[in-house]
Design a protein around this ligand. Structure first.
Ligand code: 13P
Ligand code: SF4
Length: 334
């Protein structure tokens, strides 16, 4: 099916996609589904023909996360899944650094990124030259690098980490002090959980830096039974005001386990929609902080990428060789 034909919502498409709509009907209105369904059907058919797997981050919109994503999760889970898959083609429904990580772990596979412009403010906050300067300023200190960075930055690092394994990775090095880049707030969170001294960098996530403790206090005033759970990329005052702090998948697991009456997930807003689709009993208080980069990934762009097998993520071999070591060390620790 070509992209043009895919616009019609036929009886056949209604029938094929009905079980998928069941999963998302509480968060996607019917009128919107008429637009998504033809793309969902075309993508799911084409990915089988291409022997492709779609890895979807927790921040994808529900029609991507629940209806075309084969494997979904946080950055660490996506990295592990990328390493384990037998598919010939990996399509990353997420942002560029996630696709680069998948390519580092699968140099011989085709890794597709539906929009190469889907960046990240943390990744753009630091360059390879910045890391070299940090190493000169703090000789002998290992560099622990959040995966939300370019391959060029990973290539200058000793080991990578994600929000779900950062403390474990830092402690695995057996040293008293590490350089930890680029998220100042994640570094602050790790510093609060370990005796290892952290030398941070001042990078921030555009989504999480916008939350404040005052906003949380307002919600607590409005609803005395609200649970507040936050991502470690949030400022320290927000993390301190939260009932739980964890990676995107840890936050989802917390809701599944605790089933609070009401929850404010202090993170990107599509994630609340994705969990709400599975947990109809929980009321989600949704602040609308959207990641402009994650939202660049859409069903039409996913379909176009599968049709053309472009755009592909490629990394120069000398950079890839060094960056891969940092990512593989992390996966071994995790
Ligand atoms: P997670 O690894 O927790 O999914 O975080 C990735 C991210 O970009 C959060 O903003
Ligand atoms: Fe980067 Fe923040 Fe977007 Fe995550 S939510 S991809 S950290 S800009």
């Amino acid at each position: 099916m070509s992209t043009m034909e895919a616009f019609d919502f036929t009886e056949e498409i209604a029938r094929i996609t009905a079980p998928l709509y069941e999963r998302v009907k509480t968060v996607i209105p019917e009128a919107e589904w008429l637009v998504h369904a033809p793309y969902v059907a075309a993508i799911n058919k084409l990915k089988v023909e291409r022997n492709a797997v779609i890895l979807a981050h927790n921040y994808m919109t529900p029609e991507i996360f629940h209806c075309v994503g084969d494997l979904c999760g946080d950055s660490l889970a996506l990295a592990k899944m990328a390493q384990d898959t037998d598919a010939e083609v990996i399509l990353l429904a997420g942002v560029h650094f996630m696709a680069e990580t998948a390519k580092l772990l699968n140099p011989d596979k085709t890794v597709l990124m539906p929009d190469l412009g889907a960046g990240c403010t943390l990744a753009s906050s630091i360059t390879g030259a910045d890391v070299r300067a940090l190493k000169v300023a703090h000789p002998g200190r290992p560099v622990v690098t959040y995966v939300n960075t370019s391959a060029e930055v990973k290539a200058e690092s000793d080991i990578c980490c994600t929000s779900s394994n950062a403390v474990k990775v830092v402690e695995s090095l057996g040293v008293d002090e590490v350089i930890m880049i680029p998220d100042e707030y994640l570094s602050g969170f790790v510093a609060s959980q370990t005796k290892v001294k952290i030398i941070p960098w001042k990078g921030h996530c555009v989504v999480h830096e916008a939350f404040t403790a005052a906003e949380i206090a307002e919600y607590r005033d409005m609803y005395d039974d609200i649970a507040v759970i936050a991502h470690p990329e949030c400022p320290g005052e927000v993390r301190d005001a939260a009932d739980f702090v964890g990676s995107t998948s840890a936050m989802i697991d917390w809701v599944r386990t605790h089933k609070p009456k009401r929850v404010f997930m202090v993170t990107e807003c599509s994630m609340s929609d994705n969990v709400a689709a599975e947990e109809p009993e929980v009321e989600f208080i949704r602040p609308c902080n959207l990641c402009p980069y994650m939202k660049m990934i859409t069903l039409p762009k996913i379909l176009a990428a599968l049709e053309t097998l472009e755009p592909r993520v490629e990394i120069p071999e000398d950079v890839a060789r060094r960056a891969r070591v940092s990512v593989e060390r992390m996966v071994a620790v995790a």
